[in-house]
Design a protein around this ligand. Structure first.
Ligand SMILES: Nc1ncnc2c1ncn2[C@@H]1O[C@H](COP(=O)(O)OP(=O)(O)OP(=O)(O)O)[C@@H](O)[C@H]1O
Length: 290
């Protein structure tokens, strides 16, 4: 389903055109996605566990190779145009990023005595005013020792570091899950300002809808790998009015689960032939990973 531009004359910051993606040896988990997000838009990416949100975000982030025409970010193919991520115009805050930034892997705290200040001020080429604002916004104490933080405190330092450079497109995969209510709402407010004042575009995957109905300008709901519902929020009658977002998505998720159970029962009754992972990889997808 196409996510409509609010202004047809505006070149989208994110354009996805018939994107299909399968992990080697598996069925496609993203199927025929087409969407376009204009500058300044904030898209809530929603769907059940395993629906393909992380996979899609990783493709948008240029972590996996797909054809150059299938995904364009700021008019450029994110896998092939490495400068997009190196220059910080395209930023991805997701599971890999959580594992790599300010932790010793798998979100394990660093064992050395490194301060939050050393981590945050260690990021070079940053506007000091933006850094100060983010430290305040995220309520980070620069004297915190990274080895003695709660999950939420460590996440605040990570998020601070991830936002220091002013991206044009930001892809977020469940980054606020450890934050307390104020931390999450303040961050959503900051993101909204970034979109309204700088024309940044944000795609935000989450299962937490509190505050999202007012925040988002666009919605993408994926089910069984397909973009089932999508578009500018005013074009989706089912989610008009703040109170309808949670109940509507709950309804869509229940339909999704029922359909999945039917598919699983059918597959159990008629198991598909086994795919040779190596030849599938080479001949069909030629997928490479960063
Ligand atoms: N490296 C991989 N190899 C094969 N299959 C994978 C791989 N990573 C994910 N998958 C499968 O792809 C599907 C989509 O996974 P993905 O992580 O994109 O879902 P998600 O919507 O982000 O889920 P969640 O809400 O649980 O984070 C799932 O069925 C998952 O099992």
């Amino acid at each position: 389903m196409e996510i409509a531009l609010s202004d047809a004359a505006t070149e989208p910051s994110v354009r996805v055109d018939g994107l299909t993606y399968a992990y080697p040896g598996h069925e496609a988990v993203v199927r025929a996605w087409t969407l376009a997000l204009p500058p300044g838009s904030r898209c809530l990416l929603s769907g059940a566990n395993g629906a393909g949100k992380t996979t899609a975000l990783q493709v948008l982030a240029g972590k996996t190779m797909v054809s150059e025409d299938a995904v364009r970010v700021l008019g450029r193919p994110p896998f092939h145009d490495i400068a997009l991520t190196c220059d910080g115009e395209l930023s991805y805050l997701g599971a890999q990023w959580r594992r790599n930034i300010g932790s010793a892997g798998a979100d394990v705290p660093l064992s050395g005595d490194i301060s939050a200040r050393a981590m945050i001020e260690g990021v070079t080429g940053v506007d000091p005013e933006r850094r100060e604002r983010l430290v305040k916004l995220l309520d980070v104490d620069l004297d915190w020792s990274m080895k003695a933080l709660s999950d939420g405190q460590r996440r605040r330092v990570q998020i601070c570091m991830g936002l220091l450079k002013p991206y044009k497109v930001l892809l977020c995969d469940e980054i606020t899950v450890d934050l307390d209510i104020l931390g999450r709402l303040d961050l959503l407010k900051f993101f909204k300002e970034e979109c309204e004042q700088r024309g940044a575009t944000i795609v935000y995957a989450t299962h937490i809808f509190d505050g999202m109905a007012d925040w988002m300008t666009h919605l993408a709901f994926t089910s069984n790998g397909e973009l089932k519902y999508g578009g500018a929020k005013e074009d989706i009658p089912e989610i008009q009015g703040t109170k309808h977002l949670l109940s509507t998505i709950e309804k869509w998720l229940r339909i999704d689960r029922d359909e999945r159970r039917v598919r699983e029962a059918e597959r159990a009754a008629n198991p598909p032939p086994k795919v040779d992972a190596a030849s599938h990889f080479q001949t069909r997808h030629m997928a490479y990973y960063r």
